[in-house]
Design a protein around this ligand. Structure first.
Ligand SMILES: NC(=O)c1ccc[n+]([C@@H]2O[C@H](COP(=O)([O-])OP(=O)(O)OC[C@H]3O[C@@H](n4cnc5c(N)ncnc54)[C@H](O)[C@@H]3O)[C@@H](O)[C@H]2O)c1
Length: 440
């Protein structure tokens, strides 16, 4: 491949992107991939989503969204107009010009990165990759993944990066349930293996997203995401530790944070809670600590924050037990109603939700558990299935109510009237003063 041919591929792809005739592919149609597919379809591109989960492919093709931030009213017309379709078959890659990889990156039990999803997706793509393609990894991962792990899989085909195809990393920053910031108006960081890769990646995103921030390499782009998530994880660890201290000293931690947040510079409020949930905050920093360990550096802040945050469900359960004891009620046999089980407010995502730990720990101590969550009608754990029950009736029948997730549409005023005892892990009852409320 000579430099002139490489330049030609780049120019051709630029032209297709500018004229929005580039055929866009999104691999992995989950919380990240589906909103992205919708944005590019809305921008006028023909989009093909590839996912291994049959039910998701069927629902996308029926215009029926399973992601809260993507209304079916938005998805349906794009599918009907032929702007967006889904398939299980990677043979579609042969017809595509660009691919965004948005597959899961969980941790193994050992807390090592589970790269099997990226590996599987890249091996499939490699079967159909062709010259002139732009491939962008979006899955959160350790620094070095794009050039050490993805690139060799794609170059095994004999094609060369920066010449025959272009490869970038662009961290996904979506915040499910955030009404203000969604895929289109969250600035998009992108870094390529070569300058030509970065140029193409920047051009590509700027067609559908408001702000694109090019950086000098894939490693920088990967590290940006890990800094953002590690920053949150550590600061949450700090306020969780503060909450433990305040509990000992009988000081209201929430009041302290609110007052500190009146400082107009140099302070950003983070809040304590029952533990970390979701993918980004509890898991991603361990991708960084795993990687740095290989260079002989212990990521001590991450390990410490992970330890403190991981202990919060235990602290909450101790707090419930003490509150019950103060009402002369043993936890063994107590009826405890959990309010909110999703990992954060106003969403339906249960991944890593601290509610699961709280429920399991309470069951171990002999409590009888019920729960309410309008976003999570059924909950499977420990070999049993629980169904969400009506909030106020259930609260009235319980010895103790514990607020784990502060969804906006719960009737908190009604909860005070109905409950005997409320352990509030989210400061959801901030507006109310009552002897019944025990705050974190
Ligand atoms: N959910 C978030 O809030 C969020 C925010 C920022 C970054 N991320 C990152 O984005 C990535 C995706 O997360 P998500 O929340 O969208 O996950 P998800 O589980 O909602 O979606 C992933 C999708 O990929 C599909 N999939 C799995 N293996 C595949 C394969 N080999 N080929 C094709 N499809 C495959 C799954 O069926 C699923 O639909 C992760 O790395 C995550 O850390 C997530």
């Amino acid at each position: 491949m000579n430099a002139t041919q490489a330049r030609t591929w780049q120019r051709q792809l630029e032209e297709k992107i500018r004229t929005r005739t580039a055929r866009v592919g999104i691999v992995g149609l989950g919380y990240v991939g589906l909103p992205l597919a919708v944005e590019f379809a809305r921008a006028g591109f023909g989009v093909t989503g590839i996912d291994v989960t049959v039910s998701k492919v069927e629902r996308v093709n029926a215009g029926d969204s399973y992601v809260l931030d993507v209304p079916s009213g938005t998805l349906g017309p794009l599918v009907s107009a032929g702007a967006l379709r889904a398939t299980r078959s990677f043979s579609a890659v042969a017809e595509l010009d660009t691919i965004n990889i948005c597959v899961p990156t969980p941790l193994r039990k050992s807390k090592d990165p589970d790269m099997s999803y990226i590996d599987a997706a890249c091996r499939e793509i490699a079967q159909y990759i062709h010259p002139g393609m732009l491939i962008i990894l979006e899955s959160t991962t350790y620094p070095g993944t794009t050039d050490e792990f993805v690139l060799p899989l794609l170059e095994k085909t004999g094609l060369r990066v920066g010449e025959d195809f272009f490869l970038c990393f662009s961290p996904e920053r979506v915040d499910p349930g955030n009404p203000k910031y969604q895929t289109t108006n969250i600035p998009k960081v992108v870094g390529g293996i070569t300058p030509a890769c970065t140029e193409l990646g920047t051009l590509f995103y700027s067609q559908a997203l408001e702000t694109v921030v090019p950086v000098s390499s894939t490693k920088v782009a990967e590290m940006v995401k890990l800094l953002e998530n590690t920053y949150r994880m550590i600061n949450i660890g700090l306020v969780n530790e503060l909450a433990l201290m305040c509990d000992r000293m009988d000081i209201n931690v929430w009041e302290i944070i609110d007052a500190a947040a009146t400082k107009p510079f140099g302070f950003m409020p983070f809040y304590p809670g029952p533990g970390l949930g979701g993918h980004c905050i509890p898991i991603d920093p361990f991708y960084l600590s795993w990687k740095t360990k290989q260079s002989g550096i212990e990521a001590r802040f991450i390990e410490l924050a992970g330890y403190i945050n991981g202990n919060m469900p235990h602290f909450v359960v101790d707090k419930i037990q003490t509150a019950l004891n103060n009402h002369s009620k043993p936890v063994n046999g107590a009826r405890i109603h959990v309010v909110g089980v999703a990992y954060k407010r106003n969403i339906d995502d249960m991944r890593e939700s601290p509610a699961l730990d709280v429920i399991l720990l309470l069951r171990k101590r002999g409590a009888v558990i019920s729960y309410s969550d309008p976003y999570v009608p059924h909950l499977k754990l420990d070999g049993i299935t629980l169904d969400s029950t009506p909030l106020l009736d259930s609260a009235a029948n319980a010895d103790c109510v514990v607020i784990v997730t502060d969804h906006a549409d719960f009737d908190y005023r009604g909860l005070i009237a109905s409950s005997k005892l409320i352990v509030d892990t989210r400061n959801a009852m901030k507006a109310f003063a009552s002897e019944k409320i025990v705050r974190l």
